[in-house]
Ligand binder design. Sequence first.
Ligand SMILES: *[C@@H]1O[C@H](CO)[C@@H](O)[C@H](O)[C@H]1NC(C)=O
Ligand SMILES: *[C@@H]1O[C@H](CO)[C@@H](O)[C@H](O)[C@H]1NC(C)=O
Length: 253
Amino acid sequence: MYSSSSVSRIILIYVSAIQLLLINSKLSLNVTNEYLNHTCLVNQGKYKLGSEYDKLFKNIMKMFYKNSIRGYDLFGDSTFTAILQCRGDSYGPKCRDCFVTALAALRRRCPWYKGKIIWYDQCLLSMDSKYSVGQIDYDNNFCMSNAKKVVEDGVTFIQVWNILIGDLTKLATTGDNYTLYSVGEKRYKGDMIYGMVQCAVDLSRKACQECVLYNRFHFQVCVNDMRGARVVGRSCTFRLEFYPFIAKQVRNI
Ligand SMILES: *[C@@H]1O[C@H](CO)[C@@H](O)[C@H](O)[C@H]1NC(C)=O
Ligand SMILES: *[C@@H]1O[C@H](CO)[C@@H](O)[C@H](O)[C@H]1NC(C)=O
């Protein structure tokens, strides 16, 4: 058992090495922290300098800065909910850098708005002027997909895709040490498809599953047949690519 799995791992590494040689720059891990999107929740109104909201906001952001090193932070009371969620492989200084970038960008892009969300490749930072901890956000989700379509046998591809996302969701939400985050890969014909699922730290396992399921259904058209797509939201996110995009993406399911 042990040796057969090592052999398949060696083959896997060998195949990846060939892929890397063939399309080297496209496949190399892109470690830049790409800006994805933001939204100012204008209907929640604005706050003023020196107001209670402003004081609370500043205190919580100080706390977030300190705790960002562990990869996430969360605060919620009846007037203010804030969440920092870094990607599962992004903790320590990487998460802190992303937090600092995100906070500065939110100040610039949504000045004085009480509610605002910003997404980067490595993190999400969200504020809300009410208590929203643990609630699935069905409104603030979006999909980004590659223009290139899978040309051959779309049906098989969608099946593989769905199995991978389903397996990853299960992996992220079950077991004693579930983390609401999982990565994995699956073979599709000659290619490997690399996937990731993550939910924000405030969600329960059940809410996480529901969120992913909702977005899988809602964004079918954007995602199906595409050689790479991601659905990103305040509560959950998933992504599939034909190249590895996570540091140490090794789990094969
Ligand atoms: C990495 O990401 C940046 C930001 O989106 C992009 O401009 C750049 O072309 C990417 N590099 C590679 C090698 O994919
Ligand atoms: C940005 O996010 C909002 C949801 O908050 C979405 O409606 C919009 O389409 C997204 N924009 C892009 C370019 O994906």
